[in-house]
Design a protein around this ligand. Structure first.
Ligand code: GLN
Length: 537
């Protein structure tokens, strides 16, 4: 029978509940326990795929093609497991299931209500995930903050499960924020007290409180929180700001979290041993040799929009004992008469990440061309491949106004075009080419040198591809196609032979990169950046 850890949040959102959830998972996993994770998101979207990453953070793609909340990426990176569609539930999904059942007459004669029908559906999806993943422990993170109207059915479902599964099988962890008033330097516990009161009002008494704050809680802070919340002092834990989220498992374990969980959940377990994890993380956090990367995008694109790319770069840096410094370059500033393209000479490598739509694309095309002619390592991710091909067509083949039909449907040289199966797609939710697909790698290419295999699997999220009508001319012009879909119908990787590192993928290698196991494309790219930097010194 699976045990459940329910993680709720208080005070404000965006305080790193996902990292704490992933960290708890990693700690338990290191004791030999089979852990899985589920994220519940209170919004009405059926999945995260239709949401704006600039506002909501990156859309993470699972191997099965699910477009999910970015926390699933955090869990995959902490636990080194592959999650799927059933690991992320939203209000939209829950209501859709219930309403479809209602239309089929499955509730005939009854009035369909939030309690019990919506809450029953939530409980059933949670239990289904635990079964499907064969988890000894399922950690369930409830998105949003206690007190949000839209999160209420989820919290109610968790409360009910606490009763139904029994005391030894469920534990509630509440994550809050303790602000520090700068002028007085005092850490305030009142918001934590209030958010626990709110939680108790709906019938949930937390067993563990984890307090995020700039610094560590003092004894007095913990005593006060304990007194006001009915949580024993040793279960009030501190999660101070850390240099890297990957340090959180160790920080929580030093405060004895695994013992609290084991005792309470009566779990049979081995010794908790984070040494392998800490060893990997040490290289990510402590490496000093710097490499400076230019990421070409829009300033508006928060760090969170490309969170997996940022992590993948750190993983590759760690594996090569280097610290990757990411510099955002506004792509529109590379365009026109006042172009800052020459500034790109200050960087060891250039990345054009994934994206949609036309604003700023000319700057990205210019950056791809700059990298090609100046022998600067270039990594293009999905859109970054497509724009590198456009740049190649324009500048090497002389196809003026070559473009992707996503940007210019009337272009005389549509070198990037809609995937054939996309031509009759009219709904936008979940209809891109998504998720893991097998890829064939051509021998005697850089891609083969990096992956060391002719068969790999990577994750996708796109509607456009290199137009097969232009394969011949692009290849004759010197562009190497080194990876293909397994039916050989689409190009997955491009590279240039006479260049230190010019590679781009139609897939998103960032989604499978893990600490200690960077994706080969990122590792190859960072290695090339290091080589360039060493030569320059
Ligand atoms: N907009 C491009 C497409 O749909 C690229 C997508 C992406 O970068 N994820 O194919």
């Amino acid at each position: 029978m699976p045990k459940y850890i329910f993680v709720t949040g208080g005070v404000i959102s965006g305080i790193g509940k996902g990292v704490i959830t992933g960290s708890i998972g990693r700690i338990l996993q290191s004791s030999g326990i089979k852990v899985s994770v589920l994220k519940m998101d209170p919004y009405l979207n059926v999945d995260a795929g239709t949401m704006n990453p600039i506002v909501h953070g990156e859309v993470f793609v699972c191997d099965d093609g699910a477009e999910t909340d970015m926390d699933l990426g955090t869990y995959e990176r902490f636990l080194d497991i592959n999650l799927s569609r059933h690991n992320n539930i939203t209000t939209g999904q829950v209501y859709m299931n219930v309403l479809q059942r209602e239309r089929k007459g499955k509730y005939l004669g009854r009035c369909v209500q939030i309690i019990p029908h919506i809450t029953d559906e939530i409980k059933s999806l949670i239990r289904h995930a635990a079964r499907k993943d064969d988890a000894q422990v399922l950690i369930v993170e409830s998105g949003g903050t206690v007190g949000d109207i839209e999160a209420l059915p989820f919290l109610e479902a968790l409360r009910q499960m606490g009763v139904e599964e029994g005391h030894d099988n469920v534990i509630f962890v509440h994550v809050t924020l303790a602000p520090i008033i700068e002028e007085v330097g005092e850490l305030k516990t009142k918001p934590t007290q209030h958010s626990v009161q709110e939680l108790r009002r709906i019938g949930i008494q937390p067993d563990i409180i984890i307090v995020r704050a700039k610094r560590k809680l003092k004894e007095g802070n913990r005593e006060k929180i304990s007194l006001f919340t009915n949580v024993p002092k040793e279960c009030v834990l501190s999660s101070p700001d850390a240099k890297s989220p990957y340090l959180i498992p160790q920080i929580l374990e030093e405060q004895g979290i695994s013992k609290i969980l084991f005792d309470r959940l009566k779990l049979l377990h081995g010794d908790t041993n984070l040494s392998t994890w800490n060893e990997i993380i040490k290289d990510i956090v402590e490496s000093k040799r710097e490499v400076h990367i230019a990421m070409i995008g829009k300033y508006a694109e928060l760090a969170d929009s490309y969170v997996s790319v940022n992590h993948a770069l750190c993983h590759a840096g760690g594996a090569l004992k280097s610290k990757v410094i990411i510099n955002w370059i506004e792509s529109e500033e590379l365009e026109g008469a006042k172009s800052r393209v020459e500034d790109l000479k200050n960087y060891d490598g250039i990345i054009v990440p994934g994206g949609f739509g036309s604003r700023g694309i000319e700057g990205k095309i210019i950056a791809a061309n700059y990298a090609r002619i100046n022998n600067v390592p270039y990594l293009g991710l999905c859109f970054g491949l497509q724009l590198a091909v456009v740049s190649f067509a324009r500048n090497v083949l002389g196809y003026s106004n070559a473009n992707s039909t996503e940007i210019d449907p009337e272009t005389p040289y549509p070198v990037i075009d809609l995937l054939p199966e996309q031509k009759c797609v009219d709904e936008l939710g979940g209809t891109m080419r998504l998720g893991g697909h097998n890829i064939i790698i051509k021998e005697k290419t850089k891609a083969y040198d990096l992956y060391g295999s002719t068969k790999i699997r990577e994750r996708h999220r796109h509607r456009y591809e290199i137009n097969p009508m232009f394969w011949d001319s692009l290849q004759k012009g010197g562009l190497v196609f080194s990876g293909f879909s397994d039916d050989m119908k689409r190009v997955e990787i491009i590279e240039l032979e006479e260049h230190p590192f010019y590679m781009a993928s139609q897939f998103h290698p960032e989604f499978v990169s893990r600490p200690g196991r960077p994706d080969p494309l990122f590792k190859g790219f960072i290695q090339a950046c290091i080589t360039k930097r060493d030569k320059a010194i």
